[in-house]
Write a protein that binds this ligand. Structure first.
Ligand code: MG
Length: 279
């Protein structure tokens, strides 16, 4: 894969054909794939997906795990419902994450990623220790599949994330850097965060967000790339200085014109790649 191969975050829930066609039409060479539900992860369907991505010349760089009962309606609901942090859901979800790791391996994908949830900041908290333990289990299973495990940024400050990664102490634990999430969750300045978590970054979401919220705007609503407060050019320059070679994955979740925004973001990234890499 070439340095900073551009791609998009995609889902095949609506049927692989439709998803793959729109990805192909955008002309990207990589995707991050939201893991489909269990009934789509059968060996037959997985082999079929692998073949279709290969024929389209599209590399899946990360498979992202999410769950049917994740609830992003409010930040409070995220705390209660998302990732491996909610205690009442942890065992069931751990089992599914390990299955998703196996699914990703069958697809030939070298990393899985997820929102772990709001990790308690205090290392003395028994729940901190429990989340460290469950994360080790995911890392060790991924290691057996020759994979990394990427933590999505934003639900804790950069320094808390570093402390957590060090507490887990596994070489294949890495970071999926999402600068917009830092703004949306109020988890700090994305550029400053990159100074800290930079060495752990193995995948990137090119996503924007504005600090100023419009009246009635949902907390999670992002901005078209280049139009928010992320300063994507400065982020990319910093990633370049850090030696980041991986994919640039555009994530555009909430937009009345998703395809238009994706096309504009691809154009912007093309210009920035040229400007920064001279490529
Ligand atoms: Mg993201």
């Amino acid at each position: 894969m070439e340095k900073w191969a551009t791609g998009i975050f995609t889902s095949i829930r609506g049927g692989l054909g439709a998803g793959l066609d729109s990805v192909r039409n955008l002309g990207v060479s990589t995707v991050q794939l939201h893991a489909p539900a269990a009934d789509y992860r059968t060996p037959e369907r997985t082999a079929q997906m692998k073949e279709q991505f290969a024929q389209a010349g599209i590399e899946v760089t990360v498979v992202f795990a999410g769950f049917e009962d994740d609830d992003y309606a409010t930040v409070e609901r995220v705390v209660q419902s998302v990732g491996l942090v909610p205690k009442d859901r942890r065992a069931r979800r751990l089992k599914e994450v390990l299955e998703i790791s196996d699914f990703a391996k069958a697809l030939g994908v070298e990393a899985i990623g997820m929102h772990l949830g709001f990790v308690p900041p205090d290392a003395a908290d028994p729940e901190f220790k429990a989340v460290v333990e469950v994360t080790r289990q995911v890392c060790d299973h991924c290691a057996g599949n020759h994979q990394r495990f990427h933590l999505e940024t934003g639900q804790e400050s950069a320094i808390e994330l570093i402390h957590f990664i060090e507490a887990v102490g596994r070489d294949n634990l890495a970071v999926n850097f999402d600068p917009a999430n830092m703004i949306l969750y109020g988890a700090g300045n994305p550029l400053e965060a990159l100074d800290l978590v930079g060495p752990y970054v193995k995948s990137v979401h090119c996503k924007d967000a504005s600090y100023a919220r419009k009246p009635g705007q949902p907390w999670y609503e992002d901005a078209p790339l280049g139009q928010g407060d992320v300063h994507i050019e400065a982020c990319l320059r910093k990633l370049n200085a850090l030696g980041y070679e991986g994919a640039l994955t555009i994530e555009r979740e909430y937009s009345p014109d998703q395809v238009g925004d994706l096309q504009a973001a691809l154009k912007l990234l093309g210009q920035l790649r040229g400007k920064i890499l001279g490529a």
